[in-house]
Each structure stands twice: as C-alpha cells, then as structure tokens.
Ligand binder design. Structure first.
Ligand code: BDR
Ligand code: CA
Length: 311
C-alpha cells in the first residue's frame, strides 16, 4: 500500500500519473508546499487525479508553514509555471479535500496499514515531520519511506549545495532522515541523469487524452531544462522516486550512509551531508544506518514512465 506526499508541481503531477498507471494500491495523496503553496498544490493534485479518472483517491493537505512556524515563500514559477502545472488549465475536480489534515492522515494510515505502508515523498518534508511529532511510533510501523531530495556528491539546484525539497524545510528534512525508519533517499545525483527526451514528450503529445494533458503540463518544463542541458528534455525527479519505490528501477549504487542536513543559515543551508567515507577501501565495515542513498540509477525511466501514463 502506498501513500504519496507531494507539492504538485509539474514532475509531481507526472509522478502521480506514473503511480496510478502502475496499478499499485494508493491509500491517499497528502499535499505540502514547495513548488507552490500547499493550497495551490492541493488544488493541482485534485485536478490531476480527476484527469486520470481517480477522484476516489483521498487527498489531504498540510499547513503553509515550516516545522518552526516560518511562513513559506515559493519561487519555482520559472520551472513549474505560475499555477505549478506549467500553465495547463486542467478541469476542476468534483472531489473535495478531506477535513483531516495531512499529518493526522499519515499517522492514521500508518496504523491502519501497519507494516505495509510505503510512503513516497516528493515535496518538502513538513507533513512527514509533523506526523512523526504527533506520533513517533509510526517510525516503527511504516515499511519504507522513499524521499526525493538532497544532493550527495552532485551540486544543488537552488543553491550550490542545496536541493529544493530539503531547502523547503531543512529542519523537517533532518527529522525525517533521522527518525530511524527505513529510508531510501533519491537525490539529484540520480535524478539529474534520468531525462525525459523530446521524442518521449512527443509520444505523450501525439497520444492525446491524459497523455496529451501530461505533455501540456510538461511543455514549459522541457523549455526550462533546455537552459540546463542545451536541448529540450526534463529531469524526472519525482517519477524516479516513485519508480524506485515500486521496484521498477533498481538502483545500481545505493549504499547505506549516515545523512545529516545543514540547518544553519549559512551558504550551505539545506545541504545533505552524506557520510560516504566508508567507501574508501578498508576504512570501515558495513554501515549501520537505516538510510540508503541512491547515487546511481541508470536503468532508463522515461520509456516506463511513458508506458505508465499511456496505461
Ligand atoms: C524537486 O524540487 C521540485 O521542484 C521538484 O518537484 C522535485 O520534487 C527537485 O529538486
Ligand atoms: Ca516535487
């Protein structure tokens, strides 16, 4: 049983469609801030689920402030468009948000599906951190937590050292990475090599329907990444986390490692400090950490992603 916590967001929208297309059971989608505010991300989530004919999936939203109560700022317009969906105007959903706040829902589902719940988080990690504050015992109930976030050896994407989901709420990221539950961290090291190319995008556009709408959502995102890679293509950060959680992409290199988050206000704020010293031959025996860090996942994601969206 899966639960997706996201900040929908262009690549979050694609990740939702990928997860739905896989047929994996989905208990709920919980929504947080990041690419846009939590309220806008929740509206986007409802619309994407409606697009896919899955308005039955429960959706709950979290707060608009970080773990320490700081109101959030959102500056991802350049990447995700003003509405977070690349300007695509999806039809409104007849479904409403649950009254239950996202952290409470996460706690409830962790108990209802004890030992079975796999959480995939692709936005800031505030909802998960608040759920852990409400009930620390969920760390022993959740089967696995796959987080898209951070940069181990790769550069950051919002500052030289920080990745956007960690920067959204570094204290929350530190709490979630340090909770003791089994974590698979999918950082930029892995996601910046998993690109959706122009011909993949064209297959979606040509198919029309749900896939055509996905192509419309993705259109400006490919233009943004033209500025990064020199051709129209797009890093599928969040869909890679989903595919790894589903076991569809097996990372080639995912060592266990202790991970800390820089929560200072300096230039390395939100940097993920991944202790890989044990990789020097003979430096240390196996690392006793519940966190695995995906350094490489080369198995191509895009063909599977397109297949899932066309499903
Ligand atoms: C992450 O930040 C957001 O912009 C994307 O949706 C993804 O979750 C990549 O750093
Ligand atoms: Ca995201």
């Amino acid at each position: 049983m899966h639960l997706l916590d996201c900040d929908t967001g262009v690549d979050d929208a694609v990740a939702i469609l990928h997860l739905l297309g896989s047929g994996a059971p989905l208990a709920a989608v919980t929504v947080t801030f990041g690419n846009v505010g939590a309220a806008q991300a929740a509206e986007n989530t409802l619309r994407v689920l409606h697009l896919a004919g899955r308005s039955d999936v429960p959706v709950a939203v979290g707060g608009e402030s970080t773990l320490d109560g700081t109101p959030t700022r959102h500056s991802a317009t350049l990447v995700h468009g003003a509405n977070g969906l690349g300007g695509a105007e999806l039809a409104p959903s007849p479904a409403a948000l649950l009254d239950e706040p996202a952290p409470e829902l996460i706690v409830r589902l962790a108990h209802e599906h004890a030992g079975e719940l796999r959480i995939v988080a692709t936005g800031g990690f505030t909802n998960l951190a608040r759920a852990l504050q409400l009930d620390p015992s969920i760390a022993g109930l959740v089967r696995e937590v796959t987080l898209m976030g951070g940069a181990a050896l790769a550069p950051g994407n919002v500052t030289p050292s920080a990745e956007a989901n960690i920067m959204a709420d570094p204290l929350a990221a530190a709490a979630v990475l340090g909770a003791g539950w089994p974590v698979v961290l999918v950082p930029l090291d892995a996601t910046m090599t998993q690109l959706l190319e122009e011909d993949d995008w064209q297959r979606l556009a040509d198919a029309g329907g749900v896939a055509g709408a996905a192509a419309e959502i993705l259109d400006g995102y490919l233009d943004f990444y033209h500025g990064v890679f020199g051709r129209r293509c797009a890093a599928m950060h969040d869909a890679l986390a989903v595919a790894i959680a589903l076991g569809e992409v097996e990372p080639e290199l995912a060592p266990r490692a202790h991970v800390e988050v820089d929560v200072s206000d300096g230039p390395s704020r939100a940097r993920t400090i991944v202790d890989l010293r044990h990789r020097y031959r003979g430096y240390a025996p196996a690392v006793d950490s519940p966190v695995r860090v995906v350094l490489e996942a080369q198995q191509p994601l895009a063909p599977r992603l397109v297949e899932r969206i066309l499903a």
